[in-house]
Design a protein around this ligand. Structure first.
Ligand code: SF4
Length: 351
């Protein structure tokens, strides 16, 4: 494959990249280096003991052009001797033979056709997929082998493959999740500067629904003091509903090692007044306090109720999303719990 104005670079030569074919840059993606590799396996087994609701994942790429400041996958870049910050955003490993390798793996008699999740460590429909076109082959291989799968993305490019995905859904369980945690385009530019706009993602939700699929939405992470207000959530849930989303999974920011350092540096640049608040909320750990999680969980349940999101247990497309939902079990919230005082540290007049 040739890109316009592409140039070979030796940027990958010193990296521990098995199967490296070449490293290239192109003016179309300024500042980005693509490391094209031949992979030996396409399916990754989720480690035992994980609370993920699927056993297998496929990542067609490593690193992600979407540059989300909060991305929890950043740490995985360190295994390549790259850093979890700027390198994760700009040093993209592309498994150019992923579809062929996958087709061979799922054709084995030992393959048990367990659910496969795409979009867990990198976005399969980031802009570069327009040139590499890896996903059609992946979808075809999964469909041909009758393997159920789900795709989570922020990329409107998925629309290109909707005919294939719709055909797949006639043969296997298919879940399409769109990642959208706020609708404010200015905030999006600050928090996740490489992503398509919220409007583009709402249009994607609509296109998925129009194709007869049941799009769910991953509204994660909700950012304390930035996107957790009633106004933000009300607008988000309303917009998703109007676009045809069938379910919303929402949860607070996690700051695991790798993501934590990068996100806190970003926060210090963009919203310095929030740094002490986040430190108080997260302490030294990766998660917000239990009190905050419960507070947000109640608010999310109320938003679902107000906007008419009803859980559909038999809906194949939403299955894995529903099972990761922290609210998926338990009683509806008591009105008193929704009305109680905000347990967070007091907010200054920043917003
Ligand atoms: S789209 Fe997903 S994988 Fe890509 S940077 Fe954002 S959170 Fe990470």
């Amino acid at each position: 494959m040739r890109w316009d104005g592409q140039q070979a670079t030796d940027a990958g030569a010193l990296l521990p990249l098995r199967g490296l074919i070449r490293s290239i840059t192109t003016p179309e993606f300024a500042g980005v280096t693509f490391h094209e590799v031949l992979c030996k396996s396409a399916l990754n087994k989720v480690p035992g003991g994980s609370n993920m609701p699927f056993t297998w994942t496929i990542n067609t790429t490593r690193g992600c052009l979407h540059q989300c400041s909060y991305c929890f996958a950043r740490k995985t870049h360190e295994y390549l001797d790259l850093d979890s910050g700027a390198d994760f955003d700009t040093q993209i490993v592309v498994k150019t033979n992923v579809a062929e390798v996958l087709a061979a793996e799922v054709a084995k008699p030992s393959w048990r056709r367990e659910h496969v999740a795409l979009g867990t460590n990198s976005d399969p429909y980031m802009r570069a997929e327009g040139r590499y076109r890896l996903m059609p082959g992946v979808i075809q291989a999964l469909t041909a082998s009758r393997t159920p799968f789900s795709i989570l993305t922020k990329g409107p490019l998925l629309r290109r493959d909707l005919p294939l995905i719709s055909a797949a859904a006639e043969r296997v369980d298919v879940g399409i999740g769109v990642s959208l945690a706020f609708t404010d385009p200015q905030l999006q530019q600050r928090v996740e500067p490489g992503t398509p706009t919220p409007k583009a993602r709402l249009d994607l939700i609509r296109a998925v629904a129009d194709a007869g699929l049941q799009p769910t939405v991953m509204a994660m992470p909700i950012l304390p003091w930035l996107t957790d207000s009633t106004e933000h959530l009300d607008e988000l849930f309303g917009a998703i509903r109007e676009a045809g989303g069938t379910w919303v999974t929402a949860g607070p920011l996690h700051l695991r090692p790798g993501a934590r350092e990068w996100f806190m540096a970003w926060l210090a640049r963009e919203y310095p007044a929030l740094v002490p608040k986040y430190r108080a909320l997260f302490g030294r750990g990766s998660y917000t306090s239990t009190e905050y999680r419960e507070w947000l969980s109640g608010r999310v349940r109320e938003m679902r109720r107000q906007h008419g999101f009803v859980r559909e247990e038999t809906q194949g497309g939403a299955r894995w999303t529903l099972r990761t939902d922290p609210d998926a079990v338990g009683d509806p919230p008591a009105p008193a719990a929704l009305a109680r005082a905000d347990p967070r540290p007091a907010q200054t007049a920043l917003f």
